[in-house]
Ligand binder design. Structure first.
Ligand code: PRP
Ligand code: URA
Length: 208
């Protein structure tokens, strides 16, 4: 079981802008993408590279390159789509799957409405994307859907995580690594993360 929290003054700075209720859709979306890129760098810190020989303008050297065919990104709709641009900038040739899910507003249980992943997903390391890990219900259901397709290595990338969600996911799926920009204090009675940043999907897509 592994939970990595990005700990960096510039992340705190970016999060302060995201958290501010006065921040508009354009800036909110840009910063979600920016932090997603940084999470992707951190989550791929230990990937194995293939050996290549490169000729610089000065000399030849043996170095490493990423085998992009080994990875897939899977955003959880809608809000996870906000992170996609940021990670695709880092690994442009990764395949992309989609999981459609929303939380029932009364029970807070996730409802799955779409699931489409690339062929051969079981041979790829998957990076699940969702800015908010609240109760952890959506994350657990998404992980189970991927495991049912034979995926063996799963990472969960989020912007804000609640302790309650981290506990559920790490207990149910200790093999999944979680990368977050910040672990917040707690969930409120409506299962929103506090202090949080509000409804990520609505703020990314301007739907409120
Ligand atoms: C949000 C968020 C996660 C989920 C987290 O989605 O993006 O998917 O809630 O909550 P949980 O950890 O308690 O399951 P939401 O239902 O608001 O849908 P949206 O992305 O379409 O806005
Ligand atoms: N989903 C959100 O968008 N925000 C929260 O705080 C919790 C779930």
């Amino acid at each position: 079981m592994e939970v990595v929290e990005l700990n960096h003054p510039l992340i705190e700075h970016k999060l302060a802008i995201l958290r501010d209720e006065k921040t508009g859709t354009k800036e909110f979306r840009e910063i979600i993408g920016e932090i997603a890129s940084l999470l992707c760098y951190e989550a791929m810190k230990d990937v194995k590279l293939k050996k290549v020989v490169v000729k610089t303008p000065l000399e030849k050297l043996t170095t490493g390159k990423l085998d992009e065919d080994k990875y897939a990104f899977v955003p959880i709709l809608r809000a996870g789509m906000g992170m996609l641009d940021g990670v695709i900038k880092v690994v442009p040739n990764a395949k992309i799957g989609h999981i459609g899910m929303y939380r029932n507003e009364k029970t807070f249980e996730p409802v799955n409405y779409f699931f489409k992943v690339p062929k051969g997903i079981d041979k790829r390391e998957v990076f699940l994307l969702d800015p908010m890990l609240a109760t952890g219900g959506s994350a657990c259901d998404a992980i189970e859907l991927l495991k049912s397709k034979g995926v063996k290595k799963i990472n969960f990338l989020c912007i804000i995580a609640a302790p309650e969600g981290l506990k559920l996911v790490t207990e149910k799926h200790p093999d999944v690594k979680i990368f977050c920009a910040h672990i917040d204090r707690e969930l409120n009675e409506n299962k929103y993360i506090c202090p949080g940043l509000g409804d990520a999907g609505d703020r990314i897509f301007g739907t409120k």
